[in-house]
Ligand binder design. Structure first.
Ligand code: ADP
Ligand code: ZN
Length: 607
């Protein structure tokens, strides 16, 4: 196993559980694997596939994922192919005969195709193992139910002697039980790995408006120096406007949403995978079918509707295990919008509850990772050190007077105003809304002038969270005092608020080349990470350009040629011979022979 791991995949060590899982499969057991996105599920069946006699049949619901996996395997010198509706007939004929001659180690196939081929091709070839990827699609409980998966029970019925490994990143108990039952797994070994993704930093920015979000995003991208990222937005319109804003600042960005034609969407996805565009601004559907490992940041421009959705989306960052950044913008207007969606949806209670849990995450003043892990049923008893709460614990102050000012403004406007108008009254802004209600004549008009608008928005969110008022969604989102709110306003009940965090000054990376041999050294790993903290940015950039060139020559996505993690290893170790190059973690024999010389040539220029 260890040999194959190094020879084909270039890795020296297994990740937790991989070795045990592979061992069980090799001894013929059925296995169920639950691992988070990026946890390393593929190797769990790819290594047995290489080691066992015959062909492993991998059932996968997404054609683009199949393509990705097959390209990745071919790039490591493993014989693999896919059968799906994207192939032309000639190609399918070639693939089928390769299967019958036993030339393939892995065959990827869509579920509908599989069912059609069961009595013919699959019966006539020697199948070593069935791997059911995205196995949660078989369950009605899950969030991605696919009717084609419902027939996969046929596998066990028709091939009782062939082991099955089912893999998913969805961990809840009902889904898990459903998978076992429907696939008719016989007494499977179940492996559940931790869902923690410590390399993802977590941050929430509260109460930002469009302009401030724009600035914060530009700062983040500047810090990331050509790295790729995804920005998730609630509406098509927002994806367009954010993409336009970025393009206006010279950043290559595209929008991705359901209003575009399939061709346009396909092009955007393809451009992103091949590092031709840096940022995709997308509604939720984006990212399902891609394994791109070098996504370095995921931004939620709007609040997601559930923690499941949020975790899946941020999970698309940092699959290679390198530090990656996630930022969530949280505003009251999103909360209102999503509450409306939830209330109007068929499953009102469930969706409101999911939203509340998301809200709790966004408003938390304890370690955010602990909240996430808890949500997924994992207890963790220490703070993570890689979220904004851990890095910058909230400071509190007596906010009674501030709260009274806001509550008084609400009451004097007869509780007929929404949060933005309250902010305008407090700040003394004569907006049309204010003029319409003649609120400029109120005693409270302008009493909060000294506090910036964004701080007011933040305080109002905190007051909502503390239960001082409620939002009447069906009544123009007007704010209505609660009992607690009245106690604060009339009886001086104390309110504690958290100090609003000020933006840190962005640390721009210098792109200037320093002269001679000294290259600028950029820390890229947070303190909490055990990895070494420094490498040369110029060498990294040079290797990244080389990777892009090699990938373009072959029509592969760059991350298939080599992950960012491997580029970083090369920067740290600086191998100057092909042999040394082959020793680097992530370089297998095939890549050593294919790319060694090119990379070593570039590295030599830096040593
Ligand atoms: P998943 O399918 O669970 O989302 P993948 O199988 O795509 O995850 O693996 C995620 C990344 O981790 C890939 O880039 C893969 O090459 C890498 N990886 C997997 N196993 C190891 C390992 N033992 N050592 C180093 N990297 C690994
Ligand atoms: Zn934390």
């Amino acid at each position: 196993m260890q040999n194959i791991l190094k020879r084909y995949f270039g890795y020296s060590f297994f990740r937790p559980l991989q070795e045990e899982i592979i061992g069980k499969i090799l001894s013929g057991h059925d296995v169920l694997v639950l691992m988070p996105t990026g946890g390393g599920k593929s190797l769990c069946y790819q290594i047995p596939a290489i080691m066992m006699d015959g062909t492993t049949v991998v059932i996968s619901p997404l054609i683009s994922l199949m393509k990705d996996q097959v390209e990745g395997l071919l790039a490591n010198g493993v014989k693999a192919a896919a059968l799906n509706s994207m192939n032309d007939e000639a190609e399918n004929v070639r693939v089928r005969s390769a299967c019958l001659r036993g030339e393939l180690k892995l065959l990827y196939i869509s579920p509908e195709r599989l069912i059609g081929e069961l009595p013919y091709l699959i019966k006539d070839m020697k199948v070593s193992l069935f791997a059911v990827d995205e196995a949660h699609c078989i369950s009605q409980w899950g969030h991605d139910f696919r009717p084609e998966y419902a027939q996969l029970g046929l596998l066990k019925q028709n091939f009782p002697q062939v082991p099955i490994v089912a893999l998913t990143a969805t961990a809840d108990r009902l889904t898990r039980e459903d998978i076992q039952k429907q696939l008719k797994l016989s007494d499977p070994d179940v492996f559940i790995s931790s869902f923690d993704r410590p390399n993802l930093s977590l941050e929430v920015k509260r109460g930002y408006q469009k302009k401030e979000k724009g600035r914060a995003i530009l700062d983040l991208i500047a810090r990331h120096h050509d790295d790729c990222g995804i920005i998730y937005c609630l509406s098509k319109k927002t994806t367009d406007s954010v993409a336009d804003m970025l393009c206006g600042h010279g950043i290559t960005a595209s929008a991705y949403h359901a209003g575009l034609s399939p061709e346009e969407r396909e092009k955007t996805q393809d451009d992103f995978i091949h590092d031709r565009i840096q940022v995709v601004c997308a509604t939720v559907a984006f990212g399902m079918g891609i394994d791109k490992s070098n996504v370095r940041f995921v931004i939620h421009y709007n609040l997601p509707k559930s923690i499941e959705a949020f975790y899946q989306e941020i999970g698309r960052a940092g699959r290679d295990g390198l530090p990656s950044e996630t930022v969530l913008f949280y505003s009251m207007s999103d909360l209102i919008q999503l509450s409306k969606f939830a209330l109007e949806s068929g499953q009102r209670e469930i969706n409101m509850e999911k939203l509340r849990r998301m809200q709790e995450y966004a408003e938390s003043d304890v370690c955010r990772r602990r909240i996430l892990l808890n949500y997924f049923g994992e207890q963790s008893d220490c703070d993570c050190g890689n979220c904004d709460v851990c890095k910058n614990p909230p400071q509190r102050f007596d906010g009674t007077i501030l709260a009274q000012k806001a509550l008084s403004a609400i009451v004097r406007a007869d509780q007929q105003v929404s949060a933005p108008t309250v902010t305008d009254i407090l700040r003394g802004n004569l907006t049309p809304e204010v003029a319409k209600g003649r609120y400029e004549t109120l005693k409270t008009f302008g009493v909060g002038r000294e506090v910036p608008g964004r701080d007011w928005r933040d305080y109002l969110m905190q007051m909502l969270q503390n239960g001082l008022f409620e939002i009447a969604y069906e009544e123009g989102n007007h704010l209505k005092l609660t009992d607690i709110g009245r106690q604060v306003l009339y009886r001086g009940r104390k309110v504690t608020l958290a100090v609003v965090r000020k933006e840190e000054q962005p640390r721009k990376r210098s792109r200037k080349l320093t002269s001679g041999r000294t290259s600028s050294v950029v820390p890229v790993v947070p303190k909490s990470s055990p990895d070494k903290a420094v490498y040369s940015q110029e060498l990294f950039d040079a290797l990244r350009s080389l990777r892009k060139r090699l990938a373009d020559d072959q029509g592969f996505p760059p991350y298939i040629v080599m992950s960012d993690k491997v580029l970083q290893n090369l920067c740290e170790l600086r191998p100057v011979t092909v042999e040394e190059f082959g020793q680097v973690n992530g370089i297998g024999d095939f890549k050593k022979n294919k790319y060694g010389k090119d990379f070593v040539d570039v590295i030599r220029q830096f040593t």
